[in-house]
Design a protein. Sequence first.
Length: 476
Amino acid sequence: MTSLDFATQKLVLADYLNQWSTPQTSGAWDSWSYHQCGISDTPHLTSNGIWTSLASIYYPLIGPYDASDDAVVEYHIRLAQASGIDAFVVDWDGITGFYDFPHINANFREMLRLAELHGFGVAIDYDAMRYYVGHTGPGVSLIPDRKLALQQVHDDLAYAIKQFGPSPSYLKFRGVPVIFVFGAGGGALTRAEWGSIITKLSNEGVNAYYVDMQGQVEKLYPYFNGYFPWMGAGVENIPSDSVSFIDDWVRQLQRYSNIRWGLGVWAGFDNSAVNAWCAKDSSGKYWIQRLDRQNGLVYNQTWMAALKNKPSFVFIVTWNDWNEATIIEPSVQFGYRYLEATAFYSAKFKNEKPSYAGIPVPYALYNATLAVRQAQTDGRIVGLDAANQTLQQAEQAFQSEQYSDATTLAKQAIMLAHQTTTSTTSSSNSYTLSMPQPPVSSTHFDATYAVVAVVVVVLVAASVIALARKRETEKK
């Protein structure tokens, strides 16, 4: 594939977390379980096949998964492609041995390989520097010597640029890799320290285009040339506050020239499953924050606010942060609702015609992959070649956007996999794939968009009238 061009193309990006692990694949739980701040959750499987006690208020459509599993990553990539998302920006924490950082790095390298196979884009979201210097909280500085901490930031970035940048799937700005940084202007490192690191890398011939994910232009320019604001913190149950937050940032970003700025969109927020990561408010209570989804209204309004302001790119917050409940990935609670909305709005953003037909197909392909894998694991080799070939045909049909054929072939692959036998046994097993359908049809969604647009206009008009009345009262 030809690398996506961040300099000229209208791109829809989504934040992706890849630290998720399960005992079945990686030997232990990571992120699905939580044992801090008064919470002690370890997932366990119930008799009906449902995992309970997850560190999330929502439940993935495919259940808790391991991000090192190729089948999971391909499922996510296909879903994103079918929904109009151009690239995942993956949380990445450098090359040290702290915490689960090596696991995250290994998972990103594998995702990069799979992205190349599928013609999909990826980039990193780097924020390890906050942990190195203790900016995430008192007593958690991983590298107390600041000089060594800054050198590690340099080494992390040099590694990423050299190792990931050459991939045709890695996001580029006029040929150089794009590095997203979370919290770059948040105080962990000063502007001068960032300038020193980036200048040193450039002098070494290691160049990149840096994007701050919190819109802190005044603290980072000109070392960072790309900006967008992460979702608004502190808004609770008021979708209109999200719109105001976006509009306010646009006014700030437009003051600067020679930058490429984008806008975030989000569906909601709830950090109660992890007790706010132990953060407490002034009263000593856990700083639980919630932004209610209001049946999709928040996602619709943030997308509409973004489209109105004509950003260079749109950033979805997030694809799969299950801990903070910002997910748009298919879930038991919402099905494909948010992916259909993404397909609709991303097409509007790119001036294309929206398509929804491919969105349910990756689920069928994922189940077919698991069925074939299980047959191989069980040693059921008789008939396995036919199941494998049918699965490959289903995958090729998906890539060719022949979605009906892809679904039919995936179902056939599942049935063939369940009918496989060992060399000494026979089986008459049959299997029927029960695939969830999108809760909102494309026609219904277009109508929903129109209704929401009217609601927004009414809300804005009401705000204007209220403001005018207030000013008139003040004059009196």
